[in-house]
Ligand binder design. Structure first.
Ligand code: GLN
Length: 490
């Protein structure tokens, strides 16, 4: 079995016990990435220091120093996360030459435990999208079928893990961007409780919704990686000082006594028959593992998408105001045609630097925040958000974990939805509410469609109850034992 077949926990164990060198691991994954990136476009930038950094992990081991819990594990970092001395574009032309002078806290924490950034993963521009098609650096393809999208916005992260270009990837999830691509690419993806993970050094899209999390081959890998990423950071005031449990050590597939809620609003006729079948299989496993089912209701589900697209665009319009051609990255070429005034300077830079989806959202957000509309849109959305959150809190009085679909369908074809943004938005119906309520959620592989595309299911838990959700995921994973590999590496 070659090293790229191994998962995060196995690699960390093999490296720290001296069975394999971190350098060999890195070389193997770089080779796989060089072979497949021309087909998949999962990486925007490779880290040319990766092998050197792997050697440093090996040197630590040779000196009998503790190499960390993720010793020698390559990590594909979504291009939303700042990486010191390594280009960070957020998938946008406006940051095409931005090289940060510092790394995101999450990246520092992973590296402090021995993980090594292999490269920067492709994504939708500023994480706005569900298909990776809004990236300024080209579409990323789904490793299971090159005609299909990998999902978004963390499409490159999910594709890299599925195609064994990296055992671990980091994504960000504002309204589903870890869970949905994880489900399209057949990997595990976890979005933690809002506040679990520091947002410091992560390019801001919608600050009250954004969280980073892992994408990995297995539930245990995600649990372990999230342990490393989580915890209070004095550089992010919204990071929580809740203790970080050892989720990976506490995994327990025995679900006796657990109550699994089925939110009735999530089981609509929008759901494809393939996805419904995968859910039914997961339900059987959960039942055999000792859990009981209860039907619950999240009445405000139908408002999740409209609420999300108001709140997220409002926050984005403010967050993206900083890209003005002065402070970061790209500036329009004024060498032949000088700007008339400062407004002309900004608008030409922003007009050329941002893609169409980002412009649409900035306009939506500024409109909803403008005087006369603020109360009707933004304020109203915030009020309803509070009520949605209460719906979930009430539901978690009756159950421990919610089981639901992640997305209405398996991966769709490249080009098939990008012309119809509203349609694209409405398909985020099962993921956006989780972020609005600040809850942890995850997606894990649960089967395949007739066409051989992966299908994921979603688990959601109460605030800071990641362990319960991971346990249910672990029970399903252990029983399903899916081991198919994507066509691109077969
Ligand atoms: N698909 C959603 C959007 O387009 C979610 C994106 C995300 O989570 N970053 O905004």
């Amino acid at each position: 079995m070659s090293i790229i077949e191994k998962n995060v926990s196995e690699i960390a164990h093999m490296v720290s016990s001296g069975q394999v060198k971190a350098e060999e691991v890195m070389v193997a994954f770089i080779k796989q990435s060089e072979k497949l990136n021309p087909k998949l476009n999962a990486f925007i930038t490779m880290n040319d220091q990766a092998i050197q950094q792997a050697k440093e992990v090996d040197a630590k081991i040779a000196k009998k120093q503790n190499p960390g819990r993720l010793a020698g594990v390559p990590v594909a970092v979504k291009d939303m996360l700042c990486t010191k001395n390594l280009k960070t574009t957020a998938g946008s032309k406006i940051l095409e030459n931005f090289v940060p002078t510092y790394s995101a806290t999450v990246v520092n924490r992973l590296e402090a435990e021995g993980a090594i950034t292999i490269g920067k993963a492709n994504q939708d521009e500023f994480a706005m999208g569900s298909s990776n098609e809004t990236s300024a650096y080209g579409d990323c393809k789904n490793p299971w079928s090159l005609e299909h999208v990998p999902g978004g916005s963390s499409g490159g992260s999910a594709a890299a893990v599925a195609a064994k270009m990296s055992p671990l990837a980091i994504g960000t999830d504002t309204g589903g961007s870890i869970r949905q691509p994880a489900s399209f690419c057949g990997v595990v993806g976890v979005k933690p409780t809002y506040g679990r993970v520091s947002r410091y050094g992560i390019v801001a899209y919608a600050s009250s919704l954004d969280q980073a999390g892992p994408l990995t081959p297995t539930v245990r890998d995600s649990a372990l990686s999230l342990e490393v990423m989580s915890g209070k950071d004095h550089l992010d005031m919204t990071s929580s000082n809740q203790a970080v449990p050892e989720w990976s050590k506490n995994l327990n597939p025995n679900l006796k006594g657990m109550k699994i809620g089925l939110p009735k609003e999530y089981f609509t006729d929008k759901l494809s028959p393939n996805s419904a079948a995968a859910i039914d299989r997961a339900k059987e496993i959960v039942k055999d593992s000792g859990a009981e089912f209860v039907e619950v209701s999240i009445p405000y589900t139908k408002l999740g998408v409209p609420m999300y697209y108001i709140i997220a665009t409002c926050e984005a319009s403010s967050n993206l105001a900083r890209y003005d051609g002065v402070r970061y990255g790209f500036r329009a070429d004024f060498s032949k045609d000088r700007p008339d005034d400062i407004d002309d300077f900004y608008s030409r830079t922003r007009g050329e630097g941002f893609g169409p989806e980002v412009k649409r959202r900035i306009m939506l957000g500024t409109y909803a925040l403008s005087s006369g509309y603020y109360d009707a849109y933004y304020k109203k959305a915030c009020q309803v958000r509070r009520m949605l959150r209460q719906n979930f809190i009430d539901a978690f009085q009756k159950c421990d974990v919610l089981l639901s679909p992640v997305y209405t369908t398996p991966a769709f074809k490249l080009g098939s939805r990008i012309q119809n943004p509203v349609d694209m938005y409405f398909n985020d119906v099962f993921t956006t509410s989780t972020n609005l309520a600040g809850l942890p959620g995850m997606s894990l592989p649960a089967g395949f469609s007739k066409e051989g595309l992966p299908i994921g299911i979603q688990l959601t838990a109460g605030h800071f109850e990641e362990q319960k959700m991971l346990n249910v995921g672990y029970a399903i994973e252990q029983s399903l034992k899916l081991n198919e590999v994507p066509s691109v590496i077969r």
